[in-house]
Design a binder for this molecule. Structure first.
Ligand code: ADP
Length: 220
């Protein structure tokens, strides 16, 4: 199913995670319907997002009343109560919402959500923890990890590649990673070529498998 990139988003639960999701979607210019059973939270958010309503999303009738079935994307951001999260996600599936994102607090919670029919399960704490470990453990300043173990990392260049061009340092053949872009201080990012010389204070963007990048980043 292809879904329009500007389709309105239904966000259920305005806790820390749901509120951040709804707020960022709003900043991205997306129409959001935020739902929470807590009236004061709804009141607080009603000025920030397009629509915010009080409803108990465990009830499919309550969801129908607010027009949930018309959405093509929904996020179940209720985590701390697994029972509520499961019932809400099941309701979203029953309403035939094609894209359902659901937050899980544990692997078993996530497995249940997937079995019920959530298309995307998010583990915010686990993901933030893994991310922190990467950032704490080395030279990496930022990274994105894709499904199949492929990653894109922002880092300072390890010693063996400094002061040489990328062909001389043999980044691809020796370390099996690709330098995609380079940023010298005060200059914008440029795409790297074979002749790009990487210096000490440059920032580089590197792509490769997670393991190869870890080894590359640990080089002294
Ligand atoms: P976080 O850890 O991100 O703060 P929580 O799981 O603690 O997330 O927050 C859940 C939010 O979802 C709370 O604001 C709560 O009021 C709301 N919520 C819980 N159950 C329901 C429900 N059945 N219908 C609508 N909102 C709910």
């Amino acid at each position: 199913d292809r879904i329009r990139h500007d389709a309105p988003v239904l966000v259920i639960g305005l806790g820390r995670f749901g509120a951040a999701t709804a707020g960022q979607l709003d900043r991205l210019g997306r129409e959001v319907l935020a739902v929470d059973e807590n009236e004061s939270l709804v009141q607080k958010w009603s000025e920030r997002v397009t629509h915010a309503v009080v409803a108990d999303a465990k009830s499919i009738d309550a969801l129908k009343q607010i027009g949930a079935q018309d959405f093509s994307i929904a996020v179940c951001a209720v985590g701390s109560s697994i029972e509520a999260s499961v019932l809400i996600t099941a309701n979203l599936v029953d309403l035939k919402i094609p894209q359902i994102w659901a937050k899980a607090i544990s692997a078993s919670h996530g497995k249940i959500l997937q079995r019920i029919g959530a298309n995307h399960v998010i583990y915010p704490e686990r993901e933030a923890g893994e991310r922190t470990a990467h950032l704490v453990s080395g030279r990496m300043l930022d990274f994105i990890e894709f499904d199949d173990d492929f990653a894109l990392v922002k880092m300072y260049p390890p010693k063996p590649i400094r002061g040489k061009n990328l062909t001389e340092s043999g980044v691809r053949s020796k370390y099996r990673v690709t330098v995609v872009g380079v940023k010298s201080p005060g200059k914008p990012f440029t795409y790297a070529t074979e002749n790009t010389v990487v210096s000490n204070h440059d920032l580089i963007i590197v792509s490769g498998t997670e393991g190869d990048i870890e080894r590359f980043a640990a080089l002294e």
